[in-house]
Ligand binder design. Structure first.
Ligand code: ADP
Ligand code: MG
Length: 729
């Protein structure tokens, strides 16, 4: 699906609203020109300062604080030249969104003279009021002080609103007065270091660390989304408030014909996508791929991968731009995991790997994979990590929204398993039974026509039913929800792999010491991998993850199947998990517990808002409309009978309608009751809402959808699925 077009032809398309025109600079200058990095930085900073900042960005070195004033002054001038009046520390609180507090560059001196000012201090540290952000009990409401700290590893950027207001955004970490993380970036950065440290250790054991100064995590996140007409969406309270429909009967056509997937992109959508890509390109986000997804109205955008920290920031920027640009094209962009029940949901595939700073991908199996013991070591470490920490990994993607997707028959199941493909499965078989001796080759496909090329065939098929798939030279975590902030699942993945690399390296070092001979190392690695494979390959599964058989087989293998978020959110705070996070310096046990609490609170808040929205829609829109339809029907039946004509079918239709209305009234009363009965304590509230509110809302949906299917279209009070998804506008 990747497109091989050069950057230059990629950004310019017919109909682009933000077409930079014929006199635009070359792509190399245009790309990222709204970020303070690369050429921009080199041109504006003295060489020594530029080199130091460059080292921070590229090598993760610490920035010399003495240079902060110079960097700040250059950033300010650059931002002001682009029309910025304000700067902000841009951070990732535990709300799952990003936050920004704007400060003007303008300062007024004591003598009343206004000057433009941005000091090194203001660049490095901010002090926003932290009291209104979720802290999971780390802070009391009156304990308000928090700090934002510049993350120089992720380039500052200029964000412009649709009205042309430009703000300098400085990526930062956000911590409380106590130094504890109140955000998703701080643990992410710590986890990146933890996994890098353990990976370096492995390279040293294998003697492949020559010239490598560090290992970096790489990340590429494919984002699925829906576009619906903005005017239609604004007529629906559920889409406006919850980002998904809470009622809505199935339209006559879904994606049965498979005619949308990879279909020709509609012109209006293409114009939208082009503007999104242009904006993202300016912001240094290397988006590359775009296509129609499975469901009508569903699309995907994917970037080229980057270092994990920057990729996470860029993913948040991408979601922001997707939403923002939609309105000027008359669309609303829905990032929810399941905007339309019964129709394919949206995910976010998080592609993850580890690479050296010299550019070697540590998950690249290479040609003769069976001889590549270092690759097999990393591979087995991931297998071990996913097996040992399956519950935590599952919890890292748990949310009220993702519950509608995971386990449903078109998304990965909630059972964490790994797809390895034919070639690696064969090698693991060989590892388990002794010495690996061969690598299965894919060969080529002859398509039978002379004009067609021989297609190089992969040594294994793809599997779209797997939640965690090895895809050539990276793992693809496919169970992540489309609204998710990817920092958290990435943090978990980094940490469990760090743990696994650590445990396996320790065992290896015990056997062979730190500088073993190649022969001794190879035999010890073989023995170690054999035991890891024996113990943990139960988590590997290449079959159909959607099938009932797999559910049964997985249970037989002892794999956890945490069907809903309510089953797993509290596990994040478990003692063992907390111990692991603190052992690798990713989070203290207080931070872990706080995170678990915040995620549970969010789960409850989302469901409660949905419950109240549904109640409002049913009581103030659907029931009144149904009563009007009932009156029309009753009038018609009455008038027909008065005219002396029998109409038993219409009478029956009226009776059914009345029964449907009664069922809806009862169902919505149960929703209101479930909301009212919700206990205070968060763990109990999670369980209560999951077991009482969720089914009550489903019952309302069934009753409402039944009415919608039979009611006069001009009585139905909101846009239907067909209008939103199937009718061209
Ligand atoms: P598909 O998922 O269909 O195989 P692609 O091959 O285009 O699609 O890759 C999907 C995503 O994986 C892209 O965002 C790509 O940049 C990313 N990716 C590729 N290689 C790596 C890597 N080594 N580390 C992290 N992400 C990667
Ligand atoms: Mg993919």
């Amino acid at each position: 699906m990747s497109s091989q077009q050069p950057i230059e032809s990629f950004i310019i398309e017919e109909g682009s609203v933000m077409d930079p025109g014929a006199d635009r600079p070359p792509a190399s200058e245009y790309f990222g020109h709204l970020t303070f990095t690369g050429d921009v930085m080199m041109r504006r900073l003295p060489p020594d300062v530029a080199m130091s900042l460059e080292a921070t960005i590229r090598k993760g070195a610490t920035l010399d604080p003495a240079m902060a004033n110079t960097v700040a002054a250059a950033m300010k001038d650059w931002a002001i030249e682009h029309g910025a009046t304000h700067f902000c520390h841009w951070f990732h609180p535990l709300t799952g969104a990003t936050a920004e507090k704007h400060d003007a560059f303008l300062s007024v001196n004591g003598d009343g003279v206004a000057i433009e000012k941005f000091s090194g201090n203001a660049l490095i540290v901010g002090e926003p009021d932290a009291s209104s952000f979720p802290s999971g009990g780390i802070r009391d409401t009156y304990e308000a002080r928090g700090y934002t700290a510049w993350d120089a590893n992720s380039p500052a950027f200029l964000l412009t609103s649709p009205d042309g207001v430009t703000t300098l955004c400085i990526p930062t970490a956000f911590v409380s007065y106590t130094g504890e993380a109140l955000d998703t970036k701080t643990p992410l950065l710590r986890s990146i270091e933890a996994v890098a440290k353990q990976a370096m250790r492995v390279l040293r054991i294998f003697g492949t660390d020559d010239g490598v100064s560090r290992v970096v995590g790489t990340l590429g996140c494919e984002q699925e989304y829906f576009l619906v007409d903005r005017e239609l969406a604004s007529e629906r309270l559920d889409l406006s408030i919850c980002g998904r429909t809470l009622v809505g009967a199935m339209p006559p056509k879904g994606h049965q014909l498979d005619d949308h997937y990879f279909g020709a992109i509609p012109a209006r959508v293409l114009s939208y996508m082009t503007e999104v890509e242009t904006r993202l390109f300016e912001l240094g986000v290397p988006v590359k791929t775009r296509h129609n997804e499975v469901a009508p109205g569903q699309y995907e955008i994917a970037p080229t991968f980057e270092s994990a920290n920057v990729a996470v920031d860029h993913q948040m920027v991408a979601m922001h731009i997707l939403r923002q640009v939609a309105s000027s094209h008359g669309f609303k962009c829905l990032l929810h995991e399941k905007p339309f029940a019964g129709i394919n949901g949206s995910g976010k595939h998080v592609n993850w790997s580890l690479s050296t700073d010299t550019g070697a991908n540590l998950l690249d199996p290479q040609d003769e994979t069976h001889t590549n013991m270092q690759f097999l070591f990393f591979l087995c470490a991931v297998v071990r990590a996913v097996d040992l920490h399956a519950e935590l990994l599952r919890s890292s993607i748990a949310s009220a929204g993702n519950d509608h997707r995971l386990g449903a028959n078109e998304a990965p199941p909630a059972i964490m398993s790994i797809f390895l493909g034919e070639m690696l499965t064969d090698i693991l078989d060989q590892v388990e039974s002794g010495k690996p001796r061969s690598t299965v080759k894919g060969g080529t496909l002859d398509l039978g026509a002379n004009t067609l090329p021989l297609v190089p065939r992969h040594a294994g098929d793809r599997n779209r039913t797997s939640p965690f798939a090895f895809t050539g030279n990276k793992f693809e975590f496919r169970a992540v929800g489309s609204t998710a902030h990817v920092a958290w699942p990435t943090t978990v993945l980094n940490t469990i792999v760090a743990e696994s690399l650590d445990a396996m390296s320790t065992e290896l070092e015990k056997k062979v010491g730190k500088k073993p001979t190649p022969a001794k190392l190879e035999s010890a690695v073989r023995t170690l991998l054999k035991s890891v494979v024996k113990k943990h390959r139960r988590v590997c599964f290449d079959g159909d993850g959607y099938s009932q058989n797999w559910h049964e087989e997985a249970a037989g293998r002892g794999l956890p199947n945490l069907a809903s978020a309510a089953d797993c959110l509290s596990l994040i705070g478990a003692r063992d998990t907390a111990r692991m996070f603190s052992k690798y310096g990713v989070m203290s046990s207080r931070e872990v517990k706080a995170r678990a609490e915040v995620l549970q609170e969010q789960y409850c808040t989302h469901l409660e808002i949905e419950g109240r929205t549904l109640s409002t829609m049913v009581r103030t829109e659907i029931l009144p409309a149904a009563m009007r339809a009932q009156a029309e029907l009753a009038d018609a039946v009455g008038a027909t009978q008065v005219a002396g004509v029998e109409c038993p079918e219409s009478e029956e239709a009226l009776r059914l309608h009345v029964a449907g209305v009664a069922a809806l009234r009862q169902a919505i009363a149960a929703v209101d009751q479930a909301l009212q009965d919700a206990p205070e304590a968060v763990e109990k509230r999670v369980k209560h809402l999951q077991s009482r509110l969720v089914p009550a809302m489903e019952a309302v949906r069934a009753a409402s959808d039944g009415l919608e299917a039979d009611m006069a279209a001009d009585c139905w009070p909101m846009p239907t699925y067909a209008e939103m998804l199937l009718i061209d506008r």
